[in-house]
Design a protein around this ligand. Sequence first.
Ligand code: PLP
Length: 393
Amino acid sequence: MPMPSFQPPLRTLMGPGPSDVHPRVLAAMARPTIGHLDPAFVDLMDDIKVLLRRAFKTDNEVTFPVSGPGSVGMEACFVNLVEPGDTVIVCRNGVFGGRMKENVERCGATAVMVDDPWTRAVDPQRVEDAFKANPGAKALAFVMAETSTGALSDARTLTEIAHRHGALAIVDAVTALGGVELDVDGWDIDAIYSGTQKCLSCPPGLSPVSFGARAIEALRARRTPVQSWFLDLNLVLGYWSGSARRSYHHTAPINALYGLHEALLMLHEEGLEAAWARHALHHRALRAGLEAMGLRLAGVDGERLPQLNVVTLPDGVDDAAVRQTLLTDYGLEIGAGLGEFAGKAWRIGLMGQSASRRHVLTCLAALGGALARHHRAVDLGATLAAAEAVYAR
Ligand code: PLP
């Protein structure tokens, strides 16, 4: 017998995404479904584009949410801008740089890899060297906020290097958007994609993208047709773009777009800069509490993401057992280590609605309790006091 209807358990989401979704966003998604070409829906699409441009800090006309998760936004960038015979310099300092490589190669192009140690930012000097060794490379691709390692890379500097060598900059901002400073026009980024389930605090399933003039020029200059029908910007823009009549391309995820609109409204009510500052504040408080507990964040100062905290697992602690206790006894989800960090680290997300004092204090208390349950006593009073001291400053 199937279950009568699915009732999800109550959870506090502090993993690498999805993050907690505000009731305003959930309520928006429960509104009546209308047609994807209804004039009222087209007005909503236009509003979403305006709000997304503000979130990305861009005037790019081609700014819209692709129907699909962040990986689809990633593919949209690569299939439109990369074709057989091209060379792309791909930075890899975690799992998602590896996924970019796959994309480049599946486009029939050559990926020249620039590898940096996990937890470290992409090293601009290595990128410079890669361009010198590969003149004529068409694009540089990198992950601004590496969710697998917690590393923040300098998107402005890396984009400058790409342009100095006549290449496009393709930026993964899945975890970056809304959580740390990002200025698409100010930094002159050519193509960028994100996801809704991280610092925008929507359910997963949409991928905001933005393409600048150089990227559109590269698309127009292609020698071969875009190999993906669904992601071909030339076609999808017939639905998402312009003031002319919109034509059917695919049936948009209508209610998901209601949710994105509401989440973007909430971001702009708060203010972008205020949202970035909020993520930074709660990161400092979480870090203070974790250190008082005797735990250590991976990575180095100045290169850590506030919204994704990689905590090195203490010796002798059973990763899965602690996370299981957190989930079943505290209703708290944190992330396991990914790739090289599997079984060696936890990933604690402070993304969007999950970047709050309530989340930080709940997480510290729950983690302290779970560690004690698994025979590693911590001083919970000192832990909470250390976090509170950050808020009192
Ligand atoms: N890029 C980064 C940096 C990510 O963190 C993720 C997902 O966690 C993705 C790409 C892929 O996004 P999705 O899982 O929504 O397809």
